[in-house]
Design a binder for this molecule. Structure first.
Ligand SMILES: [Zn+2]
Length: 411
């Protein structure tokens, strides 16, 4: 690998620095991995939630640089109250490891614990270790109000906070074995930030725009992606594949739909597909910034922010996820947010447009709500071709059939 020749002398590959300047790598290899794995067998095990399993993978591979572990109390409060890490870098989402009071009471500061996930055989799969530097309580309602902008438990992110343990463990982590999902769910697309940075460099891409999604690519998304691609070198389609709400379309069906549309409608030398192993928090504006910073770590220079990015229900204002970027020093965020309107097909324009580019009345616009999409797919019907390419519709209809029609798409 020509990593050395592509390095710019700054300690990272690519045209944009990782958040904080250094790409974190907490994945142990070779003998270190072996000896730590051996040691972990006899340690107290903390069994992580699906979201924490995702967080662990993201920290280990550097996607959450500069984080090297789960947040300590000072970092936690700095992020919740002030949207910055204690070192002054923008950071909007607490990345914490909750445990119940009983577990917390059995642990001591300075203790090394094993981090595990439930295994398919009913046992646990050991992934790494954590040195506990702090054990601290936190106020769930404050976190909900500040980060999710609501204390209602109808919000899926807030409901999760209320259900999780009352105490947080802070400290650095080391991983010797990535989660089972890293080997079983899209391993060929699960590029690490170090890998995507090399791949972008090999393609000769200086300017790369990332597209975050947890939905199929409808015509509207295709329009936005291609509009963005006009002003950069490469497009990185980076669907989130960690835990989502159960009415979101499952990741495997979505990946099939992406592959179908990329094959027929995107230039292969300008587009790359990868998966982002994060869980959805549905924290709207704050999660938009979190998503952008993670994509900077993957080596992207631009980030598409749609209306109501990472939103759910009616908890966030239409432009909140775009406006929040203005609250930060652009030099510290560094990745450039590209703010887009909703797009749709206009029968008079005979093209995909936005309210910014089309002068016609709404009655000419082809709109489908999430509920309408769900209903059509549940009935096994193709979506209108002005809304979704037939190649994508076909994958979705077949996928939904296989799942018995119990899943659908969030609007
Ligand atoms: Zn029009």
């Amino acid at each position: 690998m020509a990593e050395k020749t592509q390095s710019n002398g700054k300690g990272y590959v690519g045209s944009i620095a990782p958040h904080g300047g250094t790409l974190v790598n907490r994945k142990l290899r070779g003998e270190m991995a072996e000896s730590t794995r051996q040691m972990a067998q006899s340690l107290t095990q903390i069994v992580l939630s699906p979201m924490n399993v995702s967080d662990l993978e993201l920290i280990a591979v550097g996607a959450l640089s500069p984080l090297t572990g789960f947040m300590t109390e000072a970092e936690y409060h700095s992020v919740v109250d002030d949207m910055h890490l204690t070192n002054g870098l923008p950071w909007t989402i607490p990345v914490t490891l909750p445990v119940d009071r009983e577990m917390a009471g059995s642990l001591a500061i300075g203790q090394t614990v094993a981090l595990a996930e439930p295994a398919p055989d009913g046992g646990t799969h050991l992934m790494g270790v954590m040195e506990i530097s702090e054990i601290f309580p936190y106020d769930k309602e404050t976190e909900a109000r500040e980060v999710y902008l609501t204390t209602e438990d109808a919000h899926p992110g807030v409901a999760r906070i209320y259900k999780q343990g009352d105490m947080l463990l802070g400290g650095d982590i080391w991983v010797f074995d990535l989660p089972i999902a890293a080997q079983t769910e899209f391993p060929e697309l699960r590029h690490t930030p170090a890998q995507t940075r090399r791949m972008f460099a090999q393609n000769g891409w200086q300017r790369i725009v990332a597209f975050q999604t947890r939905n199929p690519i409808h015509r509207a998304h295709e329009y936005i992606q291609k509009t963005a691609l006009e002003i950069v070198d490469g497009l990185f389609i980076h669907p989130l594949v960690g835990e989502t709400k159960k009415d979101d379309i499952p990741a495997d069906v979505r990946i099939q739909s992406y592959e179908a549309i990329l094959r027929d409608y995107y230039p292969a030398d300008r587009v790359m597909l990868g998966v982002f192993p994060a869980a959805m928090r549905y924290a709207g504006p704050r999660e938009a910034v979190f998503h952008a910073i993670a994509r900077k770590n993957y080596g992207c220079t631009h980030f598409i922010v749609g209306r109501d990015h990472a939103g759910v229900g009616n908890y966030y204002g239409t432009y909140d996820a775009q406006d929040i970027f203005d609250e930060f020093d652009p030099a510290l965020i560094d990745i450039t947010p590209l703010k887009f309107e909703h797009a749709f097909y206009c029968k008079k324009c005979e093209a995909v447009v936005t309210a910014k580019t089309c002068p016609h009345d709404r009655e000419n616009w082809v709109f489908l709500s999430g509920t309408q999409v769900r209903e059509l797919l549940a009935k096994g019907e193709m979506l209108p071709r002005e809304f979704t390419r037939p190649e994508v519709s076909k994958v979705l209809v077949e996928g939904m059939k296989r799942l018995g029609g119990e899943n659908g798409e969030e609007s």
